[in-house]
Design a protein around this ligand. Structure first.
Ligand code: 2RA
Length: 335
């Protein structure tokens, strides 16, 4: 009998990518796949688990591409031998739950753990570029993001597409981003935490990247300065990074490191002004890294840019990689 694999949020962008990957990796037919979709009842604002809980109790593996509320409901009913890979933010900062980017911390995946958190997309692709430099000592990080509309789901993508097609003065829906994103650049659409004691004025996306980067990299006190911005791009997030290291490293050495690093693709041809771009990152499992250079006034400061498909390495592909490692560890444990 095949094990059951549930996908919660199967009709969202991340759920759809996860299903596509299962098919590409020849896993789809190895499991009995149960797809749970949002809004079967269009009147309901949020997907309801109540009628599906019994079905979920029978599933060995559950991938949540829906809300934190869905993740909490599922997390509360998990019994031994059931596993939740959660793409929401519900468990990411829970000290008892590993926050996993397999190239960095696959050792945290164990069969005794029931929940595995998949990181925020912006943090996941960022950490892919930081990890190979950890041996030089990471002292300080300054990041600016250029985030795609589909990071806000199908609704965000639809809103941007409608705006890009419309005349400049036309009245259009701005429900997702608050302002017209087409032809514009706006501060990330998550809530600004006005009175937060730790960092007033930062928004939720910035907080997630700061906290999650520290957890994934196992650098709990790393100074991180970040500004998250939404740009009128359909898919793939871009980030510019300024990194202060303990040791000096040459650009040639950096190029070699990124050329050899699994999950990363070096895109760094100055003569052609060919550097990471979202249109090139779209659909790729690797994170593009390039525009590598050193600050001429600070020898231990390096600068670069990255572009990564936030639906793949930032979500579905990373979750699938966690699933693969988990399957291998279960198979070893059962021998
Ligand atoms: C965004 N980080 O792009 C989100 C996607 N999960 O807004």
């Amino acid at each position: 009998m095949r094990d059951k694999l549930a996908i919660i949020g199967a009709s969202g962008l991340v759920g759809e990518e996860f299903i596509k990957i299962l098919k590409e990796e020849n896993k789809f037919d190895q499991f009995e796949i149960l797809k749970f979709r949002r809004n079967r009842n269009e009147e309901e604002a949020e997907w309801s688990l109540s009628e599906d809980l019994d079905k979920l109790r029978e599933c060995k593996f559950i991938f949540n591409a829906a809300s934190s509320e869905a993740a909490k409901s599922v997390g509360a009913l998990l019994r031994d031998g059931q596993y939740l890979i959660d793409n929401s933010s519900a468990y990411r900062m829970d000290p008892s739950v590993p926050l996993v980017v397999p190239e960095i911390n696959a050792h945290l995946i164990s069969t005794t753990q029931k929940i595995f958190a998949n990181p925020n997309c912006t943090a996941a692709i960022l950490c892919m570029s930081l990890h190979p430099l950890q041996k030089f000592g990471i002292k300080q990080l300054i990041v600016s993001t250029y985030q795609a509309a589909s990071g806000a789901g199908k609704e965000g993508l639809t809103e941007l597409r409608a705006q890009l097609k419309a005349d400049k003065g036309a009245t259009l829906s701005t429900n997702v981003f608050g302002y017209r994103l087409g032809g514009n650049v706006i501060s990330h659409n998550s809530a600004v935490r006005g009175s937060d004691k730790e960092a007033p004025g930062f928004n939720d996306e910035e907080f997630k990247v700061i906290e999650e980067t520290r957890k994934i990299m196992n650098l709990p006190t790393l100074p991180v300065s970040i500004t998250c911005v939404r740009v009128p791009v359909e898919r793939a997030h871009t980030e510019t990074v300024v990194l202060d290291l303990e040791q000096e490293v040459s650009v040639e050495e950096l190029r070699k490191i990124y050329r050899d690093q699994a999950g990363v693709k070096l895109v760094d041809e100055a003569a052609k002004n060919y550097f990471p771009m979202p249109l090139e990152a779209e659909g790729k499992r690797e994170v593009l890294v390039g525009r590598l250079r050193k600050d001429p006034t600070l020898s231990q400061r390096i600068l670069f840019m990255i572009s990564g498909d936030q639906l793949l390495k930032g979500a579905a592909w990373n979750a699938y990689q966690i699933f693969e490692v988990l399957l291998q560890k279960i198979s070893i444990a059962e021998r």
